[in-house]
Design a protein around this ligand. Sequence first.
Ligand SMILES: Nc1ncnc2c1ncn2[C@@H]1O[C@H](COP(=O)(O)OP(=O)(O)OP(=O)(O)O)[C@@H](O)[C@H]1O
Ligand code: SF4
Ligand SMILES: [Mg+2]
Length: 304
Amino acid sequence: MALLEVHDLYKEFTDGKTKFAAVDHVSFSLEKGECLGIVGESGCGKSTTASLIMHLRHADGGQIIFDGKELNNKTVKGVRKDLQMIFQNPVDSFDPRYTLLNGVKQGLRYFENPGKEELDRRAKEAIRYAGLKDSYYNRKIYQLSGGECQRAAIARAIISDPKLIICDEATSALDVSVQAQVIELLKRLRREKQISYLFITHDLLLARNICDRIIVMYKGAIVEAGTVKEIMEDPKHPYTKLLLACVLKPRVDKNFQFVNCDSIREPAPEGCRFYEYCPCAKEECSKKHVKLMKKEGREVACLL
Ligand SMILES: Nc1ncnc2c1ncn2[C@@H]1O[C@H](COP(=O)(O)OP(=O)(O)OP(=O)(O)O)[C@@H](O)[C@H]1O
Ligand code: SF4
Ligand SMILES: [Mg+2]
C-alpha cells in the first residue's frame, strides 16, 4: 500500500475575470520510505499541490489517501502528526514570539498532549538531532541564522515522529554550503527514522541528489514522471528535456538538438499545454487534449 495517494487533484484560481487550473487533475502515489520529487518552473502549481495535500487549502476536486485513510478537513487532524511540512521561509512559519524550544514544541502540541516533561524532552531531542546547540533553546526564532532556522523547522517537523514530510523549497533560500548540510540532515533522517519525503523544488539537480523518483509539472499538470535515472538520463517529454538542457547545457547540447525556443506559437487552448513553446510540436498537438499516458514503462504527457 502506498503511503500517499493523490487522485485527480484539482484546484482553480481566478486571475482577474478568468479562471485557471493551478492544479489540473494531478495524480500520483508515494511509497513508504520513498523520496518523491516534484519539479517545475515557478507558478506551475507545486506549492498549491502541497497545500491541498495538507488541507491548508480547499480542493475543487480529487481525493487524497494518506496511510490508508481518505483525508478531509476532519480526518486530516488525526494524521497531522504523521504528516508534517517544511516551508521555504522558516522564519515566517514560526510565531515570532516563540523561543526555539517553544517553537519546536508546537510540532507536537497541536496533535498530542504528552505532558510537560515529555514534551520538553522530545523537543530537546529533536533540536539536538537537527544539529542545533543546547545553548540556543531560549533564543527567539528571529535570532537564528537562515540555516539554523531551517534546522529549527526540521526539529519541529520531526518531534512528532512523522511518516512523511512535505518539503516545499525547503533549502532554496539557503546558500550552497548550508543547503548541502540541510540536505545531508534530511538524508540522515530518512536512513535513521525511515521518513518519506515529498520534495518540492525548482532545482532539478537538487532533486537528482535526494530523490528516488521525480514528477515534472508544467502549467498545473504532470507532464512526465519517472525514476531519477529515467528523468535525468533519458527524458521523454520535450519540456523535461528543455529543463534538463537549462541545467546541463554544455553536456546536453550535443544530444538534444532543440535547446532553442525562439519560435513561440499561439497557445493552443484545446491542445497540449506545452504546444506554445514545444520545439517538436506538430499541428495535431494543437488540437488534441494531451493527458499523462503510460507507455513502455514510462509516464509522459506527449503525443510523440
Ligand atoms: N491564492 C491564490 N489566488 C490566485 N492565484 C494563486 C493563488 N495562489 C497561487 N496562485 C497561482 O497559482 C499558480 C500556482 O502557484 P504555486 O504557488 O502553486 O506555484 P509554484 O509552482 O509553487 O511556484 P514557485 O516555484 O514560484 O513557488 C500560480 O500561477 C500562482 O500565481
Ligand atoms: S504533444 Fe506535441 S506539443 Fe505537446 S509536448 Fe508533445 S510534441 Fe510537444
Ligand atoms: Mg512554491
